[in-house]
Design a protein around this ligand. Sequence first.
Ligand SMILES: N[C@@H](CCC(=O)N[C@@H](CS)C(=O)NCC(=O)O)C(=O)O
Length: 214
Amino acid sequence: MKLHYFPLSTYSQKVLIALYEKEISFEPEVVQMMDPAAMAVYSETYPIGKVPLLVLDDGYKIPESTIIIEYLETHHKTGSTLIPSDPDTARKVRFYDRMSDFYLNNPVVTLLFQQIKMREYMEVDLEKARKQLSLACEHLNQNLSDHKWLVGDDFSMADCAAIPALYYMQHVFPTENLTHLNRYWAQAQERESYRKVQSEFVPIWQGMMAKASP
Ligand SMILES: N[C@@H](CCC(=O)N[C@@H](CS)C(=O)NCC(=O)O)C(=O)O
C-alpha cells in the first residue's frame, strides 16, 4: 500500500504514527503541498486535494486520517492496538480522536498559519481558535491527570491524533500551566513511532523557519 502524505502535515503525521505503531510497511509518496504544480498532479489522484491518502495495492483509495487508522486496525493485527476491542473504551478513543482533530489540531493550525503568514485570518476567527484551544487544553490536561495516555494507560488512535498538534502548539500557545499535558508531551517525544515521524519533519520545519527568519 502507498501513503500519500506531506511530512509537515499533522494529519499525515497522525497516520504515520499509526503505521509505525502497527509495524506496517508502506510505500511513502510525498505530496509537495507548497508546490501548486505538484498539487495539480495530486488532484488527479484525489480531487479533494487533502493528505493523507492511503492507496491499497488494488488501487482502492482510503482518505481521512481516522478512517485510514480504522482500516489499519481492522486489517492488521500487528503491533499496538490503536482501537481497543472493548466497545466502551473504543468509544472513548473515538471521542478523543475527534476532540484532538477538531479542538486541538485545527485551532493550532489556524494560529500557526497566521503566525507564519501562510494565511491571514480575521481577528474573530483567531479569537475563536484561541478560545477553542484553551478549552481543549484545559480538558485534556485534566483528563491526563490520572492516566498515562489519553484513554487509560494504553497508547491509542487518540494519541496518534493529539501528539502532532502539540509540536506546533509550542509556537502559538502558552503551555506552562498545563502540567499534565506537558508531561504527556515529554512522554510522547520518547515514543519510538513519534521519534521516527519527528526525524523526518523536524529538519524540514527548522529549515523552513530558518529561511523565513530575517
Ligand atoms: N479530515 C482530514 C483533514 C486532512 C487535512 O486537512 N489535511 C491538510 C494537511 S494537514 C491538507 O491536506 N490541506 C490541504 C488543503 O486543505 O487544501 C483528515 O483527517 O485526514
